[in-house]
Structures are given as structure tokens and as C-alpha cells.
Design a protein around this ligand. Structure first.
Ligand code: ZN
Length: 704
């Protein structure tokens, strides 16, 4: 049989909804498929460039947008499998394929004939009689080409392409190294003494992890966030907390073959060179040209508004933790592995709220229903499970997504895959991705296939998976990204769904978190997994009262990571220091408290170094929080979290418009005005107006 007929990646997928025939696909299919797909797109691009007709929007821009369908299909599947269900064979293929994809990308963006046509159209864009979306996609493509080096001289282009290939290798290696360190670590708890303090749900998850690893009669704590955070929160064993914490924060920082220090350093050096080729002093300057923020001072200005108040808040929290530790006779200096443990004790005392009481109301399946129900009440979407469709892992659920709000009758708008559990073949964190993006530029139009990945610790066999309120929030966050992909309603794939500026991309996700915190939503969906009783009012009140608790700690951890990211990418000298040294010096310079730590240290900061999407961009969560906090106020002002008119504007201008509208314009169209920063500060408890003084130790922060 020829390759084309034996390789399922190169054949039509006559499957339900055109999903990949997962069970037929093996790791060795990918490299030949990439080879064919790269050739195919290269031929498409050459044909556009060689077209003897003068450049028109359709024969150049729309044609470019239509090109590379096979590469999209193969590449998106590959990306999803290497993230969620990888193997040594897939990882090896990933290391070989990453530089080829980077070289291909450079070849397209440095294609002289193609760029000349786009450049000509761009110059004449006002005279072409384009629709606003057509003009936008032309401008975006033109900008993509400039940012990828289309206007550089031949020698610079050669060097630029080399840099991009090497960066692709390094960022692939970086992510694989983090996964290697995460998979290698396990804290085995052999007896009751090892497990002291752990509530049932932590034990159940740890037993499940042990059985998945073939360890009998023991419990295992992994470095998955949904293991490590509860362990640090509840374990009475300070020695084990320290051991687990040190393993968690030293991912990527072990000498040997998985050491990310030299890799991160080389990435920073090459990014600096990349920026210089563009005439920018630093990578941060280069990266920020394609954002709402636009320049470093806008970012550092926003981060500065929260940094000192957050540290002051954390200092007060520390006093409360120390006071509680002392009252228990613990006199040791508070360390980073103690913070969550004492914070939970203070939380229990102050709010009579403990995780073990909360979690039974947050069963995973209930929270999935809650997210679907909110999508129905806001946008008329109905999620119908398709148990007959098997995805790439038995735990992945497949849903058909129907739009019931259309005037012309209910219709299928996309497919949603929900992959919720941690496993050793999946990278850590939570994310949204796609197998297919929405567009109308090909055939009868393309419906999206959207995925959400979480890393929840799976409940024991026969038992539901119970989430913390934070986990449920993550579920809603990723689902908000998912809706951004599913509700996309644009013509050109380049503008589809989440292909927005990166400081806008967290708006749909963070905004969606607000519905989880609505009392009405909690009363309807947060039901005890054994009794089906809705969450008691008193518990809802406690959850709300505790919302600002420990926010100093959380804000310091986030902001420290964002500041270090910006500082590392703002280096103007190609002579990059050792990243661990640099991080230490930077944390000292900004006065970051040791016992709080960072969300991500540089040696495992996948946002920055597994790909470049969030490089000089970890700030985007806070940027988007300004938008989401202000945006949700529109529902508060309407007096109804599901107000139909506000929801309709939200769908049209935020969730459906992709990148077809300039983001500040899209926001103003939704909100009727530009955003203000106050709701974000209030939401984090960083303004005097919202400052909760009940039971807090110490002085109040200064007004900011
Ligand atoms: Zn997100």
C-alpha cells in the first residue's frame, strides 16, 4: 500500500463530525504526514505567489487563509496528543518536527512573491472596497509577515530563520523536561504517620495515584497541582511538606539531561537577538507591539498598582499565620512550605470553612453541568454527550454543541472534548485547544472542535471526583476559553476564536469565572454528592466572605512571576545571565517575600518557554482581569447575571467576534465605554473601599 492510502492522517476522515480516527493513529504516522502537509501548503503558497493575475483580496488574502488545511489537521492533532496523551515515540517525533515547522513558517513569511502581493494590497487597502472583516484580516496578515521578518534583508532573513528553528527545538525540550521532572517525582506515603492531617479526599486521590503507578498499600502525592496544593495545605508532616515543596519548585532545575537552566538562558539570548533584528532593544519591546498594552510602561504601570499593596496584604496575612502558629506552640520561622498549611488553619478559624466541608458540594460532574447550564442561559447552547464517540483516552468526554438561540432553528455549532484528569502522559496545568477552528472561508464552512484539559486528581473507582472551589474555578475558566472557540462566528480562520491579541485572550475565560461565584448558580448546581442537598446558604456566605482571604499571598505569587517574566524579556543585552541567578537577584530587587514564592519559577515557566505565546506576557491575566471585572459589572448593573440584552452584546462582541474587531473597540461595543481599573482592584481586595477589616491583624494598605 502506498503511504497515502495506509496513513490515516492523509486520508479523508469519514468519521462522526470528521473527528480524527483516534484508534487508528500511531506515532509513526505523524512525520510522513507532516512531510506531505508541509509540501502541500508550500505548493499552495507558491501558486498564490506565481498567479499571473494581479493581486486581489480573494486570490491572495482569502487564498492564503484557505491554505494549509492538511497541515492544520495534522498539526492540531499532534499538538493535542503531545500535550494530553504523549509517549516517548511522540516526544521524539516532536523534537524532530518542531524545527521543521518553524522553518516552514519562516519560508511562508519570507516568501518574496507572496509578501509583495500582500504588501501591495495592504497599501491599497482603503481603495479595495473591503468589508471591515476583510480589511482586518488583510491588516493582520500583513502585520504577521512584518513580525516574522518579511522585510528583513536576505542575510538577516537567513539568521532569523535559524533563530526560529533553534527556538522551536529549545521550547519543545523545555516542556518535555518539565514533564520528565513531574513524572519522575512521587512522594509515597506508607502509613498513617506519613498521611497525618490529610482529609479523605486527598487520601482518595493519593490512593488512586498509587494504584495507577502500581504501588500497593500506599498513597502517592504527585507534583500535579491538584495533589501538591492540598498536600501542602493539610499535611501535618512539616518534613514531608518541605520535601514535596522543594521538588515542586525545583522542576527543571536539576543538573543532568533535564536541566532547563541552559535552555531558558539560550531561549532568552535568541529572543533578544530576534528582537534586535527587528530594531527593538529587547524582546519585551518586540512582543508588546502586538498587544493592547503596546509598551512596557503600560504593563509595569499596571503591575506596580498591585505589587506594593499585595505585599502589604501578604505581610498582614503572615502576621495572622504566625500568631496562629504561636498559639499552637509552633515557634519555627514560617517557610514557603508552611504558608498554605497555616493559612488553611486561619481560614478554618476565621470563616469556619474547611476544604473537606466544601468539596462534597463540588463534584466534577455537577460543575460540568453548571458550566453547560450557564452557557445555555447566556447563549442558548446545549451540550449533548456522545458516549458512542471514543476520543484519544477513555476519560475524554465528547459533546455535540447545539445553538438553540438561532432564529432559523437549532443547529450544531461545534464539538467539545472534555479531558479533566491528571495522568503522567499529560502536561501539568489547564488549557483550551482545538482540533479545528471555525471559519466560513472553506466549502460550506468549518465547525470548530474545541478541547478543554484540566489536571484534576481523579476520584477512586466508583467515587465521584470532588473539586475544590479553586478547581471549579479553573474548570469555568477553561470552559470560557472553550466558548470563545465554539461561539466564533467569523469568515476567515486567521481571525477565528481565540486568535486574538494575547492580552485580550484571557477575557472570555476569566469573565466566565464570575458565574460560578453567583449564589443562584451555586444553589442550583453545588449539591452534596451523597445527599443531593444544595449547598447551604451559610456555606455560600462563608465562601463569599473568604473570597479575599489569602489574596495577598496569591497576588504576590502571580505578580512576582509577571515581574520576573517582564524583567527577563526586557534585557537589552544578548549576554543573558544564568536564569536562576537572575531570578534570585530580581526577586531581591523587588523585595519579593521568600515565604510566599512565585506561581512559576523560570526553570519551569511553561507559559514563557514552552512556546512563546506568553513570553513577556504573563501579565495578560491581570490585564484581562481589568476587563473581566469591569465587564461583569454590566450584568451587576442590569440586576441579572443572565440579562438577555447584556448577554447578547457579550456574545456578539466578545465571544463570537474573534479577532475581526480591534479589541478595545470590541470591548467598548460590548460595554458602551472603555474599562476602568477599580473593579479589578476591588475584586482583589486592594482598595480601601472594599477592605475587609474583620479579624485581620495589622494596618491597612495605602489607597492606590
Ligand atoms: Zn486562560
Amino acid at each position: 500500500m502506498s503511504l497515502a492510502t495506509s496513513n490515516p492522517l492523509l486520508q479523508p476522515w469519514n468519521t462522526p463530525h470528521g473527528l480524527p480516527p483516534f484508534e487508528q493513529i500511531r506515532a509513526e504516522h505523524f512525520e510522513p504526514a507532516f512531510d506531505a502537509a508541509l509540501k502541500q501548503q508550500r505548493a499552495e503558497i507558491d501558486a498564490i505567489g506565481a498567479n499571473p493575475e494581479p493581486a486581489t483580496f480573494d486570490n491572495t488574502v482569502a487564498a492564503l487563509d484557505r491554505s494549509g488545511r492538511l497541515l492544520d489537521r495534522v498539526g492540531e492533532l499532534f499538538h493535542n496528543l503531545t500535550s494530553s496523551e504523549t509517549s516517548p515515540a511522540l516526544q521524539a517525533a516532536q523534537r524532530r518536527v518542531a524545527p521543521l515547522l518553524a522553518a516552514h513558517d519562516s519560508a511562508i513569511h519570507m516568501h518574496k512573491a507572496l509578501f509583495e502581493r500582500i504588501d501591495t494590497l495592504h497599501e491599497r487597502r482603503e481603495q479595495l472596497g473591503l468589508t471591515p472583516e476583510q480589511k482586518r484580516v488583510l491588516e493582520r496578515f500583513h502585520f504577521d509577515f512584518l513580525r516574522a521578518g518579511a522585510k528583513l534583508g536576505p542575510a538577516e532573513q537567513t539568521r532569523y530563520a535559524q533563530i526560529m528553528e533553534r527556538l522551536a527545538e529549545l521550547t519543545t525540550r523545555f516542556g518535555q523536561n518539565v514533564l520528565a521532572d513531574e513524572s519522575a517525582f512521587q512522594l509515597v506515603l506508607r502509613d498513617e504517620a506519613d498521611a497525618a492531617g490529610l482529609p479523605d479526599f486527598v487520601r482518595a486521590a493519593a490512593r488512586q495515584a498509587a494504584s495507577e503507578r502500581g504501588i500497593e498499600d500506599a498513597m502517592v502525592i504527585t507534583l500535579s497541582r491538584s495533589h501538591i496544593v492540598p498536600f501542602l495545605t493539610f499535611s501535618e508532616r512539616r518534613d514531608l511538606r518541605e520535601q514535596a515543596y522543594r521538588a515542586w519548585v525545583s522542576r527543571g532545575e536539576h543538573a543532568g539531561e533535564h536541566d532547563n537552566r541552559p535552555i531558558a538562558r539560550e531561549i532568552l539570548r535568541l529572543r533578544n537577538e530576534q528582537a534586535r533584528l527587528h530594531g527593538c532593544a529587547s524582546y519585551a519591546d518586540y512582543a508588546l507591539t502586538d498587544t493592547m498594552a503596546g509598551r512596557q510602561s503600560a504593563v509595569t504601570g499596571l503591575l506596580a498598582q498591585v505589587w506594593e499593596p499585595a505585599k502589604a496584604r501578604a505581610a498582614e496575612e503572615r502576621e495572622a499565620l504566625q500568631a496562629l502558629a504561636l498559639s499552637r506552640g509552633d515557634t519555627a520561622t514560617l517557610e514557603a512550605w508552611d504558608w498554605r498549611y497555616y493559612a488553611e488553619k486561619v481560614r478554618q478559624v476565621r470563616y469556619e470553612l474547611d476544604e473537606a466541608t466544601v468539596k462534597p458540594y463540588f463534584a466534577l460532574h455537577r460543575m460540568v453541568e453548571a458550566a453547560f447550564d450557564c452557557a445555555y442561559r447566556l447563549f442558548g447552547l446545549r451540550f449533548v454527550e456522545q458516549p458512542q464517540i471514543k476520543a484519544y483516552h477513555a476519560d475524554v468526554k465528547v459533546y455535540a454543541v447545539h445553538d438553540t438561540a438561532r432564529a432559523d432553528g437549532e443547529s450544531l455549532i461545534g464539538i467539545f472534548l472534555h479531558d479533566n484528569f491528571a495522568r503522567t502522559t499529560k502536561r501539568s496545568g489547564a488549557w483550551m485547544s482545538s482540533l479545528r477552528s471555525q471559519s466560513r472561508n472553506v466549502g460550506a464552512g468549518v465547525t470548530p472542535v474545541i478541547l478543554n484539559n484540566n489536571n484534576f486528581a481523579k476520584g477512586a473507582p466508583g467515587q465521584p471526583t470532588l473539586l475544590s472551589f479553586d478547581d471549579a474555578n479553573t474548570l469555568f475558566h477553561e470552559f470560557g476559553h472553550g466558548l470563545h472557540g465554539l461561539l466564533s462566528n467569523v469568515t476567515y480562520e486567521r481571525l477565528s476564536g481565540t486568535s486574538v491579541l494575547r492580552d485580550f485572550v484571557e477575557l472570555p475565560s476569566q469573565l466566565f469565572e464570575h458565574w460560578l461565584a453567583e449564589t443562584e448558580v451555586l444553589k442550583r448546581h453545588a449539591r452534596h454528592y451523597l445527599t443531593d442537598e444544595p449547598i447551604p446558604d451559610a456555606l455560600v456566605e462563608k465562601l463569599k466572605a473568604a473570597r479575599l482571604f489569602n489574596q495577598g499571598f496569591e497576588t504576590v505569587r502571580y505578580t512576582a512571576s509577571a515581574l520576573v517574566d517582564m524583567a527577563a524579556h526586557a534585557l537589552t543585552d544578548a549576554n543573558v545571565p544564568d536564569v536562576a541567578e537572575f531570578e534570585r537577584a530580581e526577586l531581591a530587587r523587588i523585595g519579593a517575600p521568600d515565604d510566599v514564592g512565585m506561581n512559576h519559577r523560570l526553570t519551569h515557566f511553561q507559559h514563557l518557554f514552552s512556546g512563546s505565546a506568553y513570553a513577556a506576557g504573563y501579565y495578560v491575566y491581570l490585564w484581562a482581569e481589568v476587563l473581566d471585572a469591569d465587564g461583569y459589572e454590566a450584568f451587576v448593573e442590569a440586576g441579572n447575571p443572565f440579562d438577555a440584552a447584556v448577554a447578547a452584546r457579550l456574545r456578539r462582541f466578545i465571544y463570537s467576534s474573534g479577532n475581526s474587531i480591534e479589541p478595545s473597540e470590541a470591548y467598548r461595543a460590548f460595554r458602551g465605554r472603555a474599562p476602568t481599573v477599580e473593579p479589578m482592584l476591588k475584586g482583589r481586595g486592594l482598595t480601601r473601599a472594599s477592605f475587609d477589616t474583620s479579624g485581620l491583624v495589622g494596618s491597612q494598605p495605602e489607597r492606590i
